[in-house]
Write a protein that binds this ligand. Sequence first.
Ligand SMILES: [Zn+2]
Length: 346
Amino acid sequence: MRNYNPSNFPKGRIKIALLIILALSVYGCATAPISVSPEEAVLKDLCQRYDVQWEWDSVSQVVTLTRQGLKAKAMAGSDLIVMGDEKIKLSAPLKMDRGTILVPPDFKHKVIDRLTQKFDYTLKKFRAVVIDPGHGGQDPGAIGRDGLKEKEVVLDIAKRLKQELEGKGIKVIMTRDGDTFLSLEERPRIAARSGADLFISIHANASRARSASGFEVYYLKGADEVSPYDVEMNKNYKMAFNHFSMQKNDSALEGIVSSMMAAYKQAESSRLAEYITRNTADAINSKNRGSKSARYVVLRNTVIPAVLVEVGFLSNRQEGDLLKSSSYRQKIADSLAEGFVGYASR
Ligand SMILES: [Zn+2]
């Protein structure tokens, strides 16, 4: 249970869980063998049949299923399965009956089949993307040599990217689609509420060094366990949980899910950043400044894989002029969209 965060697990629950286990072991042998209804299957049998390894943690009541490196976690009494970044809802919760775990009929299709078809799973297309044009309203962002405002450039590129992605059948949620001010906290909140799979924040650079130019992508590095003291991030996780109707106040389950989401997010963010950097810098013939790690608020508080793109330097004469032209902005949007699709269909 490496990803498990014990601080989210109240001590009282451990005691109750131990009492239940004790009670089960005392009374378990005195009663008749369990009867499995036609609507249920014994988890152990299913796993044996389909060659899935399973491990039961009696204290946390969590069962971990593993096959070829793919993992799924489930909890007794819950109808939620966590697999990678996916939350799968079952028709009924997992039941514990005298040491035997019983699963509902859709468990085979929704969980076992997914675990045994590794490639279908990793080729999964994303459903929705949040595009976050930086700044807006009273915050103009960087200002170019002749007054060109970052907030306007990035909104235009964001709108073009939206169109590109929608053309490829991907749902897009914009944090802003007009000249409105949004706090840095509000942006990840929109992402968490939306149920989207990816978050991209679009910015343009400026530097006192007028010669500075190029395209760069930031992703979050060192996204660790979710600290219970990190109020804003926890709020966003809670919002994300609401999307898959997790049992309210199930802090143990929330702890497991948020740890898994954090690990997934970190790995995927750097992969997405690589795809976008490689693809876009080439396509727009811009200096590739690479993908870098950062701890920006919009990246840090986002619970889904997130990257921040700096499309170029408004302060640079050549790039500033290019960023004024709609054909260059379109080129950026096109190649960002291609980067997304390349990442998603890897
Ligand atoms: Zn900016």
